[in-house]
Each structure stands twice: as C-alpha cells, then as structure tokens.
Design a binder for this molecule. Structure first.
Ligand code: ZN
Length: 198
C-alpha cells in the first residue's frame, strides 16, 4: 500500500488557507493522482511523520497517507482517497466508557515540534478507494487510530489545535509563532527561512 518514487515537497504551515477549508473530492484517477500519493509518502518520510494529508503539501484533494504503529506495536503504512471515517468511542459523550477514548500527546507537521494532550476515540476505521478507484478499508487502534482521525480532520480543514481548549490552543500556537519568527522551523517546512524572505 506504499507508492515509491515520490519527491518530498515542502509541508505547509498552520495559517496557510488550504489547511483551513474542506478539501475537494478526487474525481480523476490518473497519473497525477499517483504522483500525488507517491509525493505524500516521500514528504512524510522526509519529515519523519506518521501521517500526511494532501493539503499539507498544498494540494486541495481528499487524500492522505499514514505509516505508524497500532496499539500492538505493529507498523502499518497505507493511503486512502476520498475517505469516510468511522470512530468507536465518543470523546464528548458523558456516557463514553473509559476504554473507548484515549488521551495522548498529539502533534502535527504543520505546527512542527509542538505537542498537546488530546482525547480521541481509541478505535477508528476509514473506507475509501485507491489510485485505481478500488475500494479499500483501514482500521486501527493506538497511534494508528489517532492518526486516521487526525489526517481525516485535515481533509475537512480541521487542524488538531482546533480541537483543544482555548488555553492549550493559545499555548501551542504562541510557541509555534515564536519558533517560526526565530527561524527555527525544520528544513522540510514551507515556513523554514520565512523570517529571511518576509
Ligand atoms: Zn497534522
């Protein structure tokens, strides 16, 4: 489920408009889509990430890739086009059983090196299609469950900080802005060196 031969592209930073609006469904299953998926894998690897959505490399398309372990430590890599997400456990439900939601540190390549604790359902499943339009499904627990939800959120224009309480959100974004202003973003970030180009 991994498409090789891609080229790493710069990863967009929080505040870039394409990250903050829903992405468009993929309608054409052509060479361009195959290149996009391969480039997403290459970009994720270059940034040592566990997941990456198309709008994080500036492309308005409902596609994401992942490469991370599930709750049993089994590494799973794959991608999905036009995903539909199902979760088991509802973080906001007063009736949620404790074992159905998990609080853990979460971060995002579009807000590099910043982390915050976020509670999410502990199991997730996405269904969608591959680059040839064939049906695929990916289900996961642990980091994979978190990743599937995080990447799906990206395609709806939601970044993980949007799910934090106001105080935590402000802390993460303030630290991010300071790091960016100091020229401290990683080389693979589209925001790297922006203090020199501003
Ligand atoms: Zn992210």
């Amino acid at each position: 489920m991994h498409l090789p031969g891609g080229v790493a592209r710069p990863i967009t930073v929080y505040g870039t408009p394409v990250l903050h609006r829903p992405c468009a469904p993929v309608l054409r299953f052509d060479a361009e889509l195959r290149t996009l998926v391969a480039d997403l894998f290459a970009s994720m690897a270059a940034a040592e990430g566990v997941g990456l959505a198309a709008n994080q490399i500036g492309v308005d398309a409902r596609v994401f890739v992942f490469d991370c372990p599930d709750a049993d430590g089994v590494r799973r890599a794959g991608y999905v086009v036009n995903p539909v997400l199902e979760v088991i456990g509802t973080a906001r439900s007063a009736f949620a059983r404790r074992d159905t939601v998990v609080a853990d540190a979460e971060g995002c390549l579009s807000i590099p090196t910043q982390y915050a604790t976020l509670t999410r359902p502990g199991r997730a499943r996405v269904t969608g299609v591959d680059v040839d339009g064939r049906l695929v499904a990916h289900a996961g627990t642990g980091t994979l469950a978190r990743c599937l939800q995080h990447e799906y959120d990206h395609l709806d224009g939601t970044v993980f900080v949007d799910r934090l309480d106001e105080e935590s959100r402000r802390q993460v974004l303030t630290a991010h802005e300071r790091l960016a202003a100091a020229g401290g973003l990683p080389a693979w970030s589209a925001g790297a060196g922006s203090e020199r180009n501003a």
